[in-house]
Design a protein around this ligand. Structure first.
Ligand code: ATP
Ligand code: MG
Length: 137
C-alpha cells in the first residue's frame, strides 16, 4: 500500500493534495489516527487539491459534517470524535447527497456501519513532527 513519511503539517497537506487529484464523485475516505495525528491537516490537503481554500477547513464542532463547495468536487468533512455511535440518519449523509462529492471522515470507527468501497487512510505519529501515512483499501 502507498506509504508516505512526512516531517511537517505542510508535507502531510501536500500528500493529500496530490491524492485529491485522483478522487471522483462518491469517493469516501476514512481517516484514522490518534488525537493530533494530522487527520484535519490531511483534509486541508484534500481541500487544496480540489481547488478549495484549505484555510476554511476546521474540525466540525456543532455540526457533524461540514460542506465545502466551489471546487472541482464538493468536499464533505465529518468528524465523529464526539459521537458515541453514529447511525446513518444521525449523519444526514443521505439528505446531503454526498454522492456528488468526496466525503472524508475522521474517527470512522464511531460509525455503526461500514461504508463499502471506502478508502482507508491511517496516520501514525512517529515523533513530534514525523507522520507515517498509509493509504489503502
Ligand atoms: N508531519 C505532520 N503531519 C501533520 N501534522 C503535523 C505534522 N507534524 C506536526 N504536525 C502537527 O500535528 C497537529 C495535527 O493536528 P490535526 O488537527 O490535523 O490532528 P487530528 O488528527 O485531526 O486530531 P483530532 O483527532 O483531534 O481531530 C497539528 O498541530 C500539526 O501542525
Ligand atoms: Mg481533526
Amino acid at each position: 500500500m502507498p506509504t508516505f513519511l512526512t516531517h511537517s503539517a505542510e508535507e502531510t497537506q501536500a500528500v493529500a493534495r496530490d491524492l485529491a487529484e485522483d478522487l471522483k464523485a462518491g469517493d469516501v475516505l476514512l481517516l484514522s489516527g490518534n488525537l493530533g495525528a494530522g487527520k484535519t491537516v490531511f483534509v486541508r490537503g484534500l481541500a487544496e487539491g480540489l481547488g478549495l481554500d484549505p484555510g476554511e477547513v476546521s474540525s466540525p464542532t456543532f455540526t457533524l459534517v461540514h460542506e465545502y463547495r466551489g471546487g472541482r468536487l464538493t468536499l464533505y468533512h465529518a468528524d465523529l470524535y464526539r459521537v458515541e455511535q453514529a447511525a446513518a440518519g444521525d449523519l444526514g449523509l443521505e439528505e446531503m447527497g454526498v454522492e456528488d462529492g468526496v466525503l472524508a471522515i475522521e474517527w470512522p470507527d464511531r460509525l455503526a456501519y461500514g461504508i463499502s468501497g471506502a478508502m482507508r487512510v491511517v496516520i501514525d505519529a512517529v515523533d513530534d513532527h514525523a507522520r507515517r501515512i498509509v493509504v489503502g483499501a
